[in-house]
Design a protein around this ligand. Structure first.
Ligand SMILES: NC(=O)c1ccc[n+]([C@@H]2O[C@H](COP(=O)([O-])OP(=O)(O)OC[C@H]3O[C@@H](n4cnc5c(N)ncnc54)[C@H](OP(=O)(O)O)[C@@H]3O)[C@@H](O)[C@H]2O)c1
Length: 290
């Protein structure tokens, strides 16, 4: 099941105006670089770049001259942002009517210049979602060949269960990293194992490169020792830590830096020893396990 996607997934949230503002030739080059390294799965959402990044990426992908079957495309729907691209939205909200889910998938396909999505996710759980209605949308999208698999993002186990009564849920994309370890202890990853749900981790490097905190100081100290032991960079160790988990986590990386992408892919060959894994956990929590 999890071989459907590359183990490391390229997140595209910051390729456009929400970050790097890559132009078309830079996007083409980046897509080629990822695919040549075996990083063939790309993670999108309708909202990235205020609804503009899918279209820019799709234009670049069409120019990249890579067969559609060589890559896998993930996209998400449901968050309704305010702003110039959605003037009708006076308040940020979630929308999961059958019509909206189908039209959002169709819009993403048009923007991405693709005939199908490999995986289509509900971006955030809504208190108003109706599983029967969602399942009808999913079945319509699957039977028309517009999506291959359906999944969710940021859902609790109860919310996944509610949907699974009506339709198959292939994946849950959640925040998991050495600085966000809740899913290791709140049952989310255990649930993924028991129910064949593929976990994908967004922000797999956590806050490590983003914030100066006592937690990150502790982690930094441990990583500096382990970097020497494994001849690995700190970002590689953070990814290797996720990859050791038996749930088969797919890290969704955000960097667009070619060297860092290559390092992330190489991190798959790092086998962290058991006690090193726990030393990293201890640095994160600030205390040894009970
Ligand atoms: N489902 C959801 O709700 C959700 C939410 C958020 C994100 N996502 C997905 O997850 C993807 C990844 O999220 P993320 O960008 O937060 O992931 P991340 O991979 O944890 O963080 C990437 C950031 O870390 C920096 N970085 C990486 N290696 C570094 C190093 N060695 N030294 C210093 N900085 C380093 C990168 O900078 P450079 O780019 O400069 O290398 C980039 O800004 C997104 O693109 C999106 O597809 C999904």
């Amino acid at each position: 099941m999890s071989q459907k996607y590359s183990k490391i997934i390229q997140g595209c949230m910051t390729w456009g105006v929400w970050g790097k503002k890559l132009n078309t030739s830079q996007m083409v080059e980046s897509i080629h670089h990822c695919v040549e390294q075996g990083l063939t799965t790309f993670d999108h959402a309708d909202i990235y770049g205020d609804y503009t990044t899918e279209g820019e990426w799709g234009y670049a992908f069409a120019k990249a001259n890579i067969a559609r079957e060589q890559i896998q495309i993930i996209s998400k729907c449901g968050i309704q942002m305010k702003g110039a691209h959605r003037p009708e939205n006076v308040v940020k909200h979630y929308q999961y009517t059958k019509e909206y889910i189908i039209s959002s998938a169709e819009r993403s396909l048009k923007e991405l210049r693709a005939d199908y999505l490999d995986l289509f996710l509900l971006h955030r759980p809504s208190p108003l979602m109706n599983p029967a209605e969602i399942a009808e949308a999913v079945e319509a999208l699957k039977s028309s060949g517009k999506i291959k698999d359906f999944g969710v993002s940021n859902f609790t186990n109860d919310q996944v269960d509610m949907l699974r009564c009506k339709t198959e849920v292939a994946s849950n994309q959640i925040e998991i990293s050495l600085t966000s370890t809740e899913s290791l202890t709140d049952g989310t990853l255990d649930y993924c194992i028991s129910n064949n749900v593929i976990p994908m981790s967004w922000s797999p490097l956590g806050s490590f490169f983003k914030e100066d905190t006592p937690q990150n100081e502790r982690i930094s100290e441990v990583l500096s020792t382990l970097s020497n032991k494994y001849s690995a960079t700190t970002d590689q160790l953070l990814i290797a830590w996720l990859l050791k988990h038996p749930a088969g986590i797919h890290p969704v990386i955000g960097t667009t830096n070619f060297d860092r992408i290559e390092k992330a892919i190489e991190a798959q060959s790092i086998q962290l020893e058991l006690q090193d894994w726990f030393a990293m956990l201890e640095a994160s929590t600030g205390h040894e396990v009970a």
